[in-house]
Each structure stands twice: as structure tokens, then as C-alpha cells.
Design a binder for this molecule. Structure first.
Ligand code: HEC
Ligand code: HEC
Length: 248
């Protein structure tokens, strides 16, 4: 009985030693023989390292490889203020392909009407000045208008700094205690707003659904914790909050 214990112990020591020797003298060969596996963000493994520390290094590349380029990059260049607004607001519910696949040569009036439809029919969180500004950008980038057109210039009003919309969201968050249970980038009692935005990305009905869940509260979508209903919020306020959450 005692003999067996000794042999087992010896075996363990021998294993540990050979693993140490392998990393000490052959670097990271056991888990990265292919030079293409080496990624620029991976600093070379230090010569003296423990076997325990090498495993997470091997798992790292997979985490990084699934990062997709941000969609914002594909908006056509322009100096018009509508470009930034479009990038912020027009992919809350659907992909930028909806814009790319519109027939070429649409006029300023047609693009502006299209943007207005997004607000009136589908509840896109944009005000009237933003409709005109986004319409002007789309008509020059994707349609028949020129950046120098009189009508384009007058429609392209840069949003005033500290504009009401932004302050309102902050007030609404404070007044309703949202930030007691939520943070932008980490789970508190409720989910991080960034995780909510990620879950609804590409969902054409995201704004509608999230507006409803803010007003009704509930549980089970993210866990057992309960969000209280928010009956004092108007539909428009809930929608503004939902628009804000989905932009995170
Ligand atoms: C609140 C959600 C929402 C937002 C925000 C939104 N859209 Fe849409 N959009 C929709 C829905 C819903 C449709 C119809 C989708 C379908 O048929 O699958 C649509 C369709 C479209 C289409 C296809 C043509 C059509 O009329 O059906 C275009 C172009 C478009 N959107 C442009 C925009 C632009 C530009 C913006 C930014 C101002 C925007 N959308 C923002 C919900 C939205
Ligand atoms: C008392 C804590 C609490 C307060 C206050 C609170 N929430 Fe929540 N919230 C939660 C919890 C818990 C969940 C997860 C519910 C679930 O699992 O379905 C949640 C979920 C959400 C979601 C995700 C909904 C979905 O469809 O996935 C949004 C968005 C949200 N809250 C926004 C808000 C906003 C905006 C306010 C303020 C008006 C607010 N919350 C106030 C606890 C809270």
C-alpha cells in the first residue's frame, strides 16, 4: 500500500518535471507549432513560464478572431451632419443594406420622405430637423442631390450642442431610477445596456419590443430578477429610452 503511494507520487513529480522542461527549453512548441497561429497582439511567451500559465495564451486567438468590422465604416463619406445622425440612428432596427438597395438617383424629396416614413410608421427615434438632415445626406450620398444644392444646405442643420434630446434621456434615467439597476457596460441587477443592444442588433422590431419591455417591466428574459413596470413613462419617453439603450 505504501509502495503504491510512493510510485504514484513519483509519477506525478516526473510529469510535472517534464512539462516544466518542455516549456523551459522548447518555449510554447506544444500548443503553437504553426507560425501562422502567432498573432501580433500575443506577446511571445517568456522563456521561464509555468505550464499553468501557457494554456490561456493558447485559447486567446479564437476570442479575437470573431470581432467584426464596425458597420459604421460603410456609410458613404460626407461632411454633412446627416452622416453622423444616419450612422447613429439608421441601423438601430435593420442593416445598412436597406439604404444600399434603394434604387439609385432618388431625389432629396424622396429620401426625406423615406426617412420620415421610418419615424412615422416605424417609430425611428428622430425629430423633424433630423429627418431633413438625414434626408439631405442620403440624397447626396445615395441619390441625385449635390452637397452644394441650396436645399441640401438649408436642410443640413447641425444639431445644437447639448441638444434637448440628449439631456432628456439623462433626466429620464435619473428620474426613474434606471441607473440604480443598470449600467451601460456591466450587469447590475438588470442587464448592461450594451448587452441589450447586442441582443437586439439586426432585429427590425427592436425599438418596439424594448419600448414595451421598459414600460411593462417583467423578468425571465435575462434572469430571475424582476424589473418593475414604469407606468408613469409616456410611450414617447419609453421609446426615447429604448432608442438610447439600443445605441449603446
Ligand atoms: C424603429 C426601427 C427603424 C429605424 C430606426 C429605421 N428603420 Fe428603416 N425600416 C424599418 C422597418 C420596420 C422597415 C420595413 C422593413 C421590412 O419590410 O422588413 C424599414 C425599411 C427601410 C427601407 C427599405 C424601404 C422601405 O421603405 O421599406 C429603407 C431604405 C430604410 N428603412 C431606411 C432607413 C433609414 C434611412 C433610417 C434612418 C433614418 C431607418 N431606416 C431607420 C424600421 C426602422
Ligand atoms: C429595480 C431594478 C430596475 C429598475 C429601476 C429598472 N430596471 Fe430595467 N431591468 C431590470 C431587470 C432585473 C431586468 C431584466 C428583466 C428580465 O430578465 O426580463 C431589466 C431589463 C431591462 C431591459 C431589457 C429589456 C429586454 O427587452 O430585454 C431594458 C432595456 C431596461 N431594463 C431598461 C430600463 C430603463 C430604461 C429603466 C428606467 C426607466 C429601468 N430599466 C429600470 C431591473 C430594473
Amino acid at each position: 500500500m505504501q509502495k503504491t503511494t510512493q510510485y504514484v507520487l513519483l509519477g506525478v513529480v516526473a510529469l510535472a518535471l517534464s512539462a516544466f522542461v518542455a516549456t523551459r527549453f522548447f518555449g510554447a512548441i506544444p500548443q503553437g507549432a504553426n507560425p501562422h497561429d502567432a498573432k501580433p497582439w500575443q506577446s511571445p511567451a517568456p522563456a521561464v513560464t509555468t505550464t499553468a500559465a501557457t494554456t490561456p495564451v493558447a485559447a486567446q486567438p479564437r476570442v479575437h478572431e470573431i470581432v467584426l468590422p464596425p458597420e459604421e465604416g460603410s456609410w458613404r463619406e460626407s461632411t454633412l451632419p446627416g452622416r453622423q445622425l444616419a450612422a447613429q440612428k439608421c441601423t438601430l432596427c435593420h442593416s445598412i443594406d436597406y439604404i444600399n438597395y434603394q434604387p439609385p438617383g432618388m431625389s432629396l424629396e424622396k429620401w426625406t420622405a423615406e426617412v420620415a416614413k421610418m419615424q412615422r410608421a416605424f417609430g425611428a427615434p428622430i425629430n423633424d430637423a433630423e429627418i431633413n438632415s438625414i434626408g439631405a445626406y442620403l440624397a447626396t450620398g445615395y441619390g441625385s442631390a449635390q452637397e452644394t444644392d441650396e436645399a441640401v444646405i438649408s436642410a443640413s442643420v447641425a444639431p445644437a450642442p447639448g441638444q434637448a434630446g440628449v439631456d432628456d434621456v439623462q433626466d429620464l434615467l435619473n428620474a426613474n431610477g434606471c441607473l440604480g439597476c443598470h449600467a451601460i457596460d456591466k450587469k447590475v441587477l438588470g442587464p448592461a445596456y450594451r448587452d441589450v443592444a447586442a441582443r437586439y442588433k439586426g432585429d427590425a422590431h427592436a425599438l418596439e419590443k424594448v419600448t414595451a419591455s421598459i414600460r411593462k417591466g417583467g423578468s425571465e428574459r435575462w434572469g430571475d430578477a424582476m424589473m418593475p413596470a414604469m407606468p408613469s413613462l409616456t410611450e414617447a419617453q419609453a421609446q426615447q429610452l429604448a432608442g438610447f439603450v439600443l445605441q449603446q
